[in-house]
Design a protein around this ligand. Structure first.
Ligand code: SAM
Length: 363
């Protein structure tokens, strides 16, 4: 079937997805253009910001692709103090970002989970609840997810990394600590708790095929998630998966595949929030703009104090590692205007898909 015919279909099946993922050249431009048109129609040209706070690189996990995996002894481990996190949140509020996203390696111990509850409560007090809070703190018990939700966090990002169990175990140790079904259960628990739940995958992994990526897209739709964050896989030399770096697609190819994934998902789920991940900008200086023009609508400017950023290198050569928040702020404003988009300040920027579903379920 021609690309034009597929793009007109109301519901894309697995075969359509495979065909769309493989498009290049003019057909690819046609796909991105259609995704942009759908986004502008449903969500306008608005961009939502989440001030990213990389709280800690301490991690009990050993994901085979991640630079801050626990066993990597080359990383100096850090944890921001409560004062440092609150200063970042103040900056977010003063710059009008509307939301913060707190991300860290995975820890489940009580001192950690309790400290997060306290942090959430204190961030909520800034500007009387002015800031929305997204968490990305890995797998936790349902009780912990609930405690953090009740303290005031309302969005949570937990990437499935791959929705295919077999591929999941090629990029994670198969040791009980890394458990595909537990990760799925965590996503379900987050949704049941009431979070706007986001998930996502890396694109261009060793062993990954177009079939895997098509199944990832179907997984997002089946789960009916409120947000998705996906970006290219970037090999880190101090990780086991680096041994397979020679077999992955080129950076340009990973970028095209990522943009196709974003564009196709925008057609499948027109009203979800989708992040233009920093990884896009790392492999292509215009990667963030390209992601926005292919259908993404959320950007996460980094607010982590500069002296810690070199230690949160989940992948090498991360973009914007040396930028200060004020520089980021004006740079983003100019870049988004340049591509006809408008940053919405002082708004939480919730997922329209989620808000509509909630209204429908609780009329
Ligand atoms: N610990 C939390 C978790 O597991 O959800 C959040 C932090 S984790 C470092 C954030 C994300 O970084 C992961 O979900 C993964 O997709 C991404 N990531 C890690 N290593 C990467 C790499 N080498 N290239 C691209 N993305 C990577």
């Amino acid at each position: 079937m021609s690309i034009s015919r597929i793009l007109e279909k109301p519901c894309l099946d697995r075969g359509d997805l495979m065909q769309l993922l493989a498009v290049r050249g003019e057909a690819m431009q046609q796909l991105w253009k259609k995704a942009l048109a759908v986004k502008l129609e449903k969500l306008d040209n608005h961009i939502h910001l989440r001030g990213l706070i990389e709280l800690s690189n301490q991690c009990r996990k050993a994901c085979l692709y991640c630079g801050v995996r626990g066993p990597n002894r080359k990383v100096a481990r850090y944890r921001l103090t409560e004062e440092e996190v609150l200063a970042c949140a103040q900056t977010a509020w003063q710059l009008g970002y509307g939301s913060v996203a707190i991300q860290a390696g995975e820890r489940n111990d009580e001192p950690f989970t309790d400290s997060i509850t306290r942090l959430i409560e204190k961030i909520k007090a800034i500007g009387n609840g002015a800031l929305g809070i997204t968490l990305s703190l890995g797998e936790q018990s349902e009780a912990v997810y609930r405690r953090w939700f009740e303290a005031g966090a309302h969005r949570y990002l937990l990437r499935i990394e791959s929705s295919t169990e077999e591929l999941y175990y090629k990029i994670h140790p198969h040791d009980g600590l890394h458990d595909f079904h537990r990760r799925l259960d965590c996503i379900d628990a987050l949704m049941a708790t009431g979070y706007q739940t986001g998930t996502g995958v890396m694109i261009g992994l060793p062993f990954q095929t177009l079939e895997h990526l098509a199944d990832d897209l179907l997984f997002f739709r089946k789960k009916d998630v409120a947000m998705v964050g996906m970006g290219p896989y970037i090999p880190h030399p101090d990780t086991p998966l680096y041994a397979h770096a020679a077999q992955i697609p080129t950076a340009g190819e990973r970028m095209n595949l990522t943009l196709n994934m974003i564009a196709i998902l925008r057609l499948m789920m027109p009203e979800i929030n989708m992040v233009a991940a920093t990884a896009n900008q790392t492999i292509d200086p215009m990667g963030r703009e390209k992601a926005i023009l292919a259908g993404a609508n959320v950007i996460m400017p980094n607010l982590t104090p500069n002296r810690y950023r070199e230690e949160y290198l989940i992948y090498p050569d991360k973009a914007c590692v040396n930028d200060r928040p004020e520089e980021c702020f004006s740079c983003l404003e100019t870049r988004m205007k340049g591509i006809g988009h408008e940053i919405l300040y002082n708004a939480w920027g919730d997922s329209v898909a989620f808000t509509k579903k909630q209204t429908k379920n609780n009329p």
